[in-house]
Design a protein around this ligand. Structure first.
Ligand code: HEM
Length: 388
């Protein structure tokens, strides 16, 4: 997609174009993308689906759409602000830092499980498991239920992707409902028996301030689970893949672990787990030299902005020694990723342990990308390595 974004940017950083099922504006310039994400005239509500899809919605898909629309990610102020403030209380730097020993332990456990074998599929054995373990622990999902989440997460990713049709939605709506019902019953359990977890925290917020509906609570649990899942799996996997493709940088990193944070930031820039997001224009106005009309569909190419040569020198080059890396992979403005500090922490610990424990890893075959448009990640990553 990056050459396509570059071509579009050359024509105009804000370009009118046909994009999958919708006509809209494609924003590929860094400055313009950042400004759009911060501009309250670009809104989210109903912006998650191309408009024509919203016209006829089969009954079977309505509950899934309703739950989706209750997520803060798809809301605007004032509802967005209210929901975000509530959840934000659980995402303080101190709370995240408290997860450090848990993440360290989980990563050590996963590495021990990989011992005694040479051939590994890094996603199944490692990158997929870490974010699920961390977030389920944080939300308060019992360990034995972790296995359920791949299907639900896949369904959700498909649900909000750009090339998804109504018939796809009909197929996956059941999975989304199943996930919602799961959380509904978990919330009911916690009402009787509170614990030190996010669900109990949300229940306390609901009971003390009447600021949160049951539907919003379910939607928030689902959002946290899923927003932080596919993305973090892909961050870890993409990072390790890029290092294997750039062996000199891999070696440099093994000798100087202080490069880990910039290796993670450069991966976010170079191969962002989310390359596109969307908005809807609230009114007619001029933006980036273009005349935007009310209800126009806007696609912000986060992955395009990350390759803007006005902001990043030699953007096509993966370089973990870059200074002052700039990217929009966690978005910007009111929807800036709530989980960014957690994702960074997980990514950094995972990478550090992988490069420390994997001996001379090699890529067994070129991986294939999963078929999503907005999310960038591989189906699998086959490697060979002995584990120290
Ligand atoms: C929002 C990316 C990990 C929770 C977002 C958005 C992006 C993003 C691009 C905003 C989309 C938009 O503006 O339209 C990522 C990436 C991650 C990651 C690349 C990993 C590398 C996480 C984690 C969590 C999380 C670990 C939580 C456990 C959220 C939430 C929102 C969000 C709750 C909605 C915020 C709002 O609407 O105000 N993320 N995310 N994310 N992310 Fe993340």
């Amino acid at each position: 997609p990056y050459s396509f974004f570059a071509m579009a940017r050359k024509q105009s950083p804000v370009l009118k174009t046909k994009f999958f099922q919708a006509e809209g504006w494609l924003i590929t310039g860094f400055k313009e993308a950042e400004a759009a994400l911060k501009d309250p005239r670009f809104i989210r509500e109903e912006g998650n689906l191309p408009l024509e899809q919203l016209v006829v919605v089969p009954e079977s898909v309505k509950p899934a759409i309703e739950i989706n629309q209750s997520m803060m990610l798809f809301k605007d102020a004032p509802d967005h602000t209210r929901l975000r403030n509530l959840v934000n209380k659980a995402f303080t730097p101190r709370m995240i830092e408290k997860l450090r020993p848990t993440i360290n332990e989980l990563v050590d456990y996963l590495i021990v499980q990989m011992k005694g074998k040479i051939e590994h599929e890094l996603i199944r054995e490692f990158s997929y498991l870490l974010p699920v373990f961390v977030i389920t622990e944080f939300i308060g999902v019992p360990k034995e239920d972790r296995e359920l989440f791949r299907k639900w997460s896949d369904a959700f990713v498909k649900f909000i992707d750009f090339n998804t049709t109504m018939s796809d939605l009909e197929k996956i709506a059941g999975d989304i409902e199943e996930a919602s019902n799961y959380f509904r019953s978990l919330i009911a359990k916690r009402r009787n028996e509170p614990k030190e977890d996010l669900i109990s925290g949300l229940i306390a917020a609901e009971e003390s301030s009447d600021q949160l509906s049951e539907m919003e609570m379910v939607a928030t649990c689902l959002l946290l689970l899923i927003a932080g899942h596919e993305t973090t799996v892909n961050l870890i996997t993409n990072c390790f893949y890029l290092l294997l493709k750039n062996p000199k940088q891999y070696e440099m990193l093994t000798k100087d672990l202080s490069l880990i944070p910039s290796a993670i930031e450069e991966t976010l820039r170079f191969e962002s787990p989310v390359i596109l997001t969307s908005r809807l224009a609230k009114e007619d106005f001029e933006f980036g030299g273009q005349q935007i009309k009310k209800a126009d569909f806007i696609i912000v190419a986060l992955g395009g902005a990350n390759y803007d040569p006005e902001v990043t020198e030699n953007p096509e080059q993966f370089d973990i020694t870059r200074q002052n890396i700039k990217h929009l992979s966690f978005s910007s403005g009111p929807h800036f990723c709530l989980g960014a500090p957690l994702a960074r922490l997980e990514g950094q610990i995972a990478l550090e342990k992988l490069v420390t424990h994997l001996q001379n890893p090699i890529l067994v075959e070129e991986p294939t990308l999963r078929g999503n448009i907005a999310f960038r990640g591989f189906e699998s990553l086959k490697i060979q390595a002995e584990i120290k």
